[in-house]
Design a binder for this molecule. Structure first.
Ligand code: ATP
Ligand code: PRP
Length: 213
């Protein structure tokens, strides 16, 4: 049995065409069912649904053989024990710093002010501001980061941006792009040895179906 870990939503939806290229279709709709283990048209392949931020943990400890997860999640989690053969170029976005439109970020940085920064990505934010020599107090949040500057919780946020619609809707502006983000295929290293052939075939099929390849 090959177990693939996916998260519901965009990762699941954008992985479906890649699975189809490997001749695999998921036979149940995760939005309509409460099941966490989904069968596929291949009796030897199943999909498990986990939180996006739990995909690396499942693959690292062998709860799943393979997984699809954002490079944001992977970098924040650390790469221990994960083979990362493919940039799938799906779920593309960027990690950025944003502030209220009326907050003078450039002056605050220039004056050496201590910034309060709210984010889910505490590790990535710490590394980024340290590399710029900016002093920050980091506030860990689990979602709705855009609310933090609007309520006075923080001066700035570090969050994902794609179309910019969420920032615009909340009167925030992007002031720094930290890095580009896209989803990666990750593989458990022991599984790669023990189930080499079927896993290789999935990797090759995914590789041939990457958007723009
Ligand atoms: P969790 O449930 O663990 O909190 P989440 O709610 O962030 O995760 P998703 O919103 O489905 O999960 O995001 C999964 C991945 O998709 C992110 O890690 C990121 O790599 C990518 N992503 C997030 N937001 C966007 C976006 N607006 N556009 C494109 N890709 C995105
Ligand atoms: C992500 C991210 C931003 C938004 C950016 O949230 O946390 O809020 O997308 O996308 P945009 O620039 O196209 O507006 P998501 O839609 O995943 O919501 P969630 O994190 O609350 O699940």
């Amino acid at each position: 049995m090959i177990t693939l870990a996916l998260s519901k939503g965009r990762i699941f939806e954008e992985t479906m065409p890649l699975l189809a290229a490997a001749g695999i279709e998921v036979t149940e709709d995760p939005e309509k069912s409460r099941k966490l283990i989904l069968a596929t048209t291949r009796p030897d392949v199943r999909v498990v649904l986990v939180r996006a931020s739990d995909v690396p943990t499942y693959v690292q400890y062998g709860g799943a053989d393979l997984g699809v997860t954002g490079s944001d999640v992977l970098l924040e989690h650390g790469n221990q024990g994960l083979y990362q053969p493919l940039d799938l170029r799906i779920a593309a976005c960027r990690l950025s710093v944003a502030v209220r439109a009326d907050y003078d970020y450039a002056s605050a940085v220039k004056q050496g002010s201590r910034l309060r920064v709210a984010t889910k990505y505490v590790g990535l934010a710490r590394d980024f501001f340290a590399s710029k020599g900016v002093h920050v107090d980091l506030i860990k949040l689990y979602g709705s980061m855009e609310l933090a500057p609007l309520t006075g919780l923080a001066d700035a946020i570090v969050d994902l941006v794609s179309t910019g619609n969420t920032l615009r809707a909340n009167h925030l502006v992007e002031v720094e792009r930290i890095m580009d983000i896209s989803a990666r295929l990750v593989v458990n290293q022991a599984a790669l040895k023990l189930k080499r052939e079927p896993i290789r075939r999935i990797i090759d099929a995914f590789a041939s179906a990457i958007p723009g390849s």
